[in-house]
Design a protein around this ligand. Structure first.
Ligand code: SF4
Length: 451
């Protein structure tokens, strides 16, 4: 009798769950990623944490976009992980990445619930088999305009809900982050999914290298026709909102946001937090943007879980210096890294806490790729073959403002922090202080020119 066909075909299959079935080689072995389209239970998360310990090196990342990563896998254990994760029957994201806020549908300040549009796009893309024809990293963001801003997410195609003259419209934005995207115009809710699908079909016909950023206004108009309304609305930048601490998201609806320090945690530690959540009667959680987890439950359960999270060393307030640092895994986790980024980040959180006041993001990158923070940052430090490159108001890959010897990295940061502590005016936060100081002075402090 022929052996039953193994339903799992790991490595390279571009089907049900590409990242899980096609793990990526990194510095600490293979890495597998999963994303969820709905809540999972704390118990399910405990099981995932167990799988991270059993099959990988026990480390779990939650990415800036809220995906879960298992690290330190071997070729064989990555296959076993895939089988075991699929066996849990969780709401894994399948096919095209169409992302909504984890608060969508339960956020009393959102303008529209993006889940329905997202679902229509997913179904349409599946029916047209678009995923295999599009660039592998094609991403669609449906932002209902709620508490949790998705403006920093890079997206090929973005729909952002807006209110205009008492009516709801979707603003169509193409390429990059919200602030850098082409504002292509407004779409009626009834046409929102079909407009996105038409643009996806157009990109698919152009081939697997075509991206949303390649679209210009004339092309978009030609593809969308009358569905693109003959009116514009400015794009309003939403203040950043870190999903941390206990929040009321609607009448008698509560959530508590808890983030991982530098986006990473030991599976065993996360399992303890989730076991506590389960004991408190919390039934649902969602890995969320900014390396966080949102747990949904009663006010008393959320408050009690917050206390546990503080005791376990998780990040629970925006004032925590660690939440002002965007840091990639670095060495040894990533083979491209020139420095152990988490060590420098831990030092900065400890030594430069006053400077890291939440007014800007310190980006520490293992190399010029800048995975942790693709958009510009007031101060970016990135590893290079020549030393630690620093860039003021730039990205990791931009031509640097200077390069520091690696052995100077801590003293340079300390010097900048002491300068802020000594010279900032009352009420002046770090971002305003840096703006007053200017690029030259910041560079001189980092280079320790006056030493
Ligand atoms: S920025 Fe460079 S070092 Fe950091 S994770 Fe990305 S590729 Fe690796």
């Amino acid at each position: 009798m022929a052996a039953a066909a193994d339903p799992v075909q790991p490595f390279g299959r571009r089907g049900l769950c590409p990242a899980l079935s096609a793990p990526m080689q990194t510095g600490d072995g293979f890495l597998s990623r999963v994303a969820f389209e709905a809540d999972i239970s704390p118990r399910a998360m405990v099981m995932l944490c167990g799988l991270a310990e059993r099959h990988g090196n026990g480390l779990i990342d939650i990415t800036a976009r809220g995906s879960l990563q298992f690290r330190g896998l071997t070729r064989e254990s990555a296959c076993s992980l895939e089988k075991d994760v699929l066996a849990l029957d969780l709401p894994l994201r399948e096919g095209l990445a169409v992302e909504t806020s984890p608060l969508a549908g339960r956020d009393d300040v959102e303008i529209a619930d993006g889940r329905f549009v997202a679902e229509e796009i997913r179904k349409g893309a599946d029916a047209l088999a678009l995923q295999d024809k599009l660039a592998a990293k094609t991403s669609i963001v449906i932002d209902g305009g709620g508490r949790l801003s998705m403006g920093d997410f890079l997206a090929d195609i973005r729909l952002k809900a807006i209110r205009l003259e008492g009516r709801t419209f979707w603003q169509l934005l193409l390429g990059g982050s919200e602030s850098k995207a082409l504002n292509a115009g407004l779409v009626e809710p009834v046409a929102a999914a079909s407009v996105v699908l038409s643009l996806l079909v157009f990109l698919a016909e152009k081939g697997p290298l075509a991206r949303g950023r390649d679209l210009d206004q004339r092309t978009v108009k030609a593809v969308c026709g009358d569905r693109l309304l003959d009116r514009q609305a400015g794009s309003e930048a939403q203040p950043p909102f870190l999903p941390l601490g206990v929040m009321m998201t609607g009448e008698s609806r509560f959530a508590v946001g808890i983030a991982l320090a530098f986006g990473q945690v030991r599976g065993a530690d996360l399992a303890h937090l989730c076991e506590r959540a389960d004991t408190l009667g919390i039934k649902a959680l969602r890995p969320s943007p900014n390396h966080s987890l949102l747990f949904f439950g009663s006010l008393s359960a959320c408050n009690a879980l917050l206390e546990t999270a503080v005791a376990f060393g998780f990040v629970t307030t925006a004032g925590d210096a660690r939440s002002s640092i965007a840091v990639c895994p670095g060495a040894p986790g990533c083979a491209s890294a020139f420095l152990p980024t988490h060590k420098l980040a831990a030092f900065a959180a400890e030594d430069c806490a006053a400077l890291l006041d939440g007014s800007f993001t310190l980006h520490i990158s293992g190399c010029g790729k800048g995975c942790a923070h693709p958009t510009p940052s007031l101060l970016t430090l990135s590893g290079s073959s020549d030393g630690l490159a620093f860039s003021i108001s730039g990205r990791a890959g931009d031509p640097p403002d200077g390069i520091l010897p690696f052995e100077q990295q801590k003293t340079s940061l300390s010097r900048l922090a002491r300068l802020y502590e000594k010279e900032h005016k009352p009420g002046e936060n770090a971002a305003i202080f840096f703006a007053r100081l200017g690029r030259e002075e910041i560079g001189a402090a980092l280079r320790q020119d006056n030493q």
